[in-house]
Design a protein around this ligand. Structure first.
Ligand code: UT7
Length: 307
């Protein structure tokens, strides 16, 4: 018995902001942003509820399930629409669900953290869960601060997870947090995101490599068995450094940050959606998802596709 992923969805706002658009108002350039980060454009707009609802509906359609089939909805987000209620509750209403609803905030590691929570619920009797990662980071960006404005963006991704008598897609998990590093990447009430980019970069590579190595070992496989790496989409150089140190070729990594920038909790499920859409999710093969972010938090998990 175990947990299976049975459907995927994603959504982004219509408005695209290119690097050239940003360089009209900020002292930056397309050359700097694309060379240092890999980002070329991002989508901006909407609310977390709107984007999460759209991605969630698409995942439910993809899984061919109706509102009454969903027993729990979990939203991973760093940018809830209100302090209370949870944005998961707002999405629950929009989707016509009647199940429990819960927000999870583990910043850019939010999606794998939420998968771990969902797995625990499924192992203890919950049958089917709609799990969404949705963010509207642009509302918490100081658009005159080039350190952050060129990176963060909006979007949502979603999946349906369900109990299976015969299959188990989740093979290992390694989660961590280091609250003493809270001020490296932070956003206070009524304020904007602040990031010590250099330090976050250094730590990100270290925690991704350490947690991913441990997750691979726990799953009883080697890096050579990983055919798909689905990393949090913060910076192409972080992904390249991790890929090199882990010994997982860059061709196996899913890269979407060129189109969407850093969408925090949404980046991993959006990358999953693209991987599946491009036919890269293959039955019987292993995938690694890995994320890190404000907290600091980090999470790596090895998955094996059953469908
Ligand atoms: O998702 C959560 C986690 N977040 C992350 O993972 C982000 C981690 N950090 C990063 O991705 C990178 O550190 C940044 C993209 C934020 C910065 O890249 P970097 O290669 O570390 O650049 P830097 O901070 O060392 O800055 C290099 C130069 C500096 O100029 P000088 O001192 O060499 O003259 C900066 O002032 O680039 C300058 N600079 C910029 N120039 C144009 C910094 N930001 C910009 C900018 N446009 N947006």
């Amino acid at each position: 018995m175990g947990t299976r992923f049975v459907g995927w969805g994603m959504a982004v706002p219509d408005k695209i902001v290119t690097n050239d658009d940003l360089s009209k108002t900020l002292e930056t350039s397309d050359e700097w942003i694309s060379e240092r980060t890999g980002i070329r454009q991002r989508h901006i707009g909407g609310t977390t509820t709107e984007l999460g609802t759209l991605a969630g509906r698409r995942a439910m359609e993809d899984a061919n399930v109706k509102p009454e089939d969903i027993d729990f909805v979990i939203l991973a987000t760093t940018t809830p629409d209100r302090m209370a209620p949870s944005t998961a509750a707002l999405i629950q209403a929009e989707l016509g669900l009647t199940c429990p609803a819960l927000d999870v905030n583990a910043a850019c590691a939010g999606f794998p953290y939420a998968v771990r929570v969902a797995q625990g619920l499924i192992e203890t009797g919950t049958k089917r869960i709609l799990l969404i990662g949705a963010e509207t980071l642009s509302r918490w960006v100081d658009w005159t601060d080039r350190n952050v404005a060129v990176l963060l963006a909006d979007g949502a991704g979603a999946t349906v997870m369900e109990y299976s008598e015969t299959e188990n897609d989740i093979r290992s998990f390694v989660l961590g947090a280091s609250g003493v590093d809270a001020d490296l990447l932070t956003c206070d009430h009524g304020s904007y995101f602040f990031m010590d980019g250099k330090e976050v970069f250094r730590r990100a590579v270290r925690v991704v490599v350490d947690s991913a190595s441990e997750a691979i070992q726990k799953a009883g496989i080697t890096p050579a068995d990983i055919s798909l790496m689905i990393p949090h989409q913060a910076n192409i150089r972080i992904i390249q450094a991790a890929s090199e140190r882990l010994g997982i070729p860059m061709e196996n990594a899913v890269i979407t940050l060129d189109r969407y920038g850093n969408t925090s909790s949404a980046s991993i499920p959006m990358a999953f959606w693209h991987a599946r859409d491009e036919g890269r999710v293959k039955k019987g093969e292993y995938a690694l998802m890995t994320g890190f972010g404000a907290g600091m938090t980090w999470a790596s998990s090895v998955l094996k596709w059953s469908m």
